[in-house]
Design a protein around this ligand. Structure first.
Ligand SMILES: NC(=O)c1ccc[n+]([C@@H]2O[C@H](COP(=O)([O-])OP(=O)(O)OC[C@H]3O[C@@H](n4cnc5c(N)ncnc54)[C@H](OP(=O)(O)O)[C@@H]3O)[C@@H](O)[C@H]2O)c1
Length: 303
């Protein structure tokens, strides 16, 4: 039996991730309550009374938007005490920022997690704040293990993990959509193609986790010389699938850093053309100069 079996858990903010965490934890920890700003219909036990919420919770899981964290924590003042353990799932917020926002009133842990927590298949990295000792980390690990896999990581790896695990489900859903369309193109019904693709993804992932073998070794086992699979593998290489995934994770990591205020904030979207720039680009001579300067910047084919 776990030493933390009856620990009381409060989740602040029942948005997309907060609801997933609260629902995922309910089976293991019956005393899960959500703090919400407005009472709304939900199957999770909720309150709008922050005082009562904080009196009742030993673990406080902060699941508000990163920009809402400071205001939320500052408003609680000394209702947050050393008997609480604050676990933040806010992307990009460092343990140091959390300690500043809470003025060192309680130990803090930064959790990098994801929505598959809903089905007990979450992936969570836990970063200890300076006040979080062995007991707090054991407690945090036990709670997030109820939602999937949990491991302790240094803060230096948190943004990279956000790119892989936090944003990763979106990338996987996009890949699954592509596989589903491929099935439809080849005569399968959407539902059956999706089921085949999703189970294949689960099966292949479990092989990696359970055998510990490198993906390339496992891929070689299903790639017979001159066979069907190698044709598809070549097509994937031509489509730069690996390079695209590396790029997708890298820009997400960069954005996570920006959201946490660790990197200079530059919008990732292309700048809107101002009226002046539109005017200066509208003459034929200017358009031709712009298109030749873009051509110079374009990488040469085959390099
Ligand atoms: N979604 C993901 O897959 C994912 C993955 C990894 C990490 N995260 C992190 O998880 C956090 C939540 O993300 P989300 O996508 O779930 O956002 P969300 O859907 O916007 O949820 C945030 C919720 O917090 C509520 N809230 C804000 N301040 C509050 C307060 N003082 N008291 C009670 N409730 C409050 C908001 O209520 P209002 O609507 O009234 O503002 C909203 O319901 C973010 O920090 C994000 O970086 C999300």
């Amino acid at each position: 039996m776990s030493e933390f079996q009856n620990v009381s858990i409060g989740v602040v903010g029942l948005g997309k991730l907060g609801s997933v965490i609260a629902r995922g934890l309910r089976n293991r920890y019956p005393a899960v309550q959500g703090l919400v700003r407005r009472a709304n219909k939900t199957d999770v036990d909720t309150t709008t009374d922050a005082n009562a919420f904080l009196r009742g919770a030993r673990i406080v899981i902060l699941a508000v938007k990163p920009a809402q964290a400071k205001e939320t924590l500052s408003a609680w003042g000394d209702q947050l005490t050393s008997s609480h353990l604050l676990i933040s799932v806010c992307a990009g917020l460092t343990t140091q920022q959390l300690e500043e926002f809470t003025q060192g009133r309680c130990p803090v842990v930064r959790a990098v997690t994801n929505t598959p927590c809903l089905v007990g298949e979450g992936m969570t990295g836990l970063v200890a704040g300076v006040g979080a000792g062995e007991t707090e980390m054991r407690l945090a690990r036990e709670v997030f293990s109820a939602l999937g896999r949990a491991l302790v990581i240094p803060e230096s790896k948190a943004d990279a993990m956000t790119g892989i695990a936090g944003c990763g489900p979106a990338f996987v859903f996009q890949i699954l959509e592509g596989l589903m369309d491929a099935g439809i193109r080849n005569g399968l019904a959407a539902r059956e193609a999706l089921e085949m693709a999703a189970q294949t993804l689960i099966g292949a992932s479990q092989m990696v986790l359970q055998t510990g073998q490198h993906p390339s070794e496992l891929r070689n086992q299903v790639t017979t010389p001159g066979g069907a699979t190698i044709e598809g593998v070549v097509a994937m290489e031509k489509g730069r699938v690996r390079a695209t995934l590396i790029e997708a994770v890298t820009v997400s990591v960069k954005r996570a850093k920006e959201l946490g205020g660790l990197a200079p904030k530059k919008p990732l979207r292309p700048r809107k053309a101002t009226a002046a720039r539109k005017r200066s680009a509208s003459t034929p001579a200017r358009r031709s100069a712009l298109s030749s300067s873009r051509a110079r910047r374009r990488p040469k084919k085959g390099l």
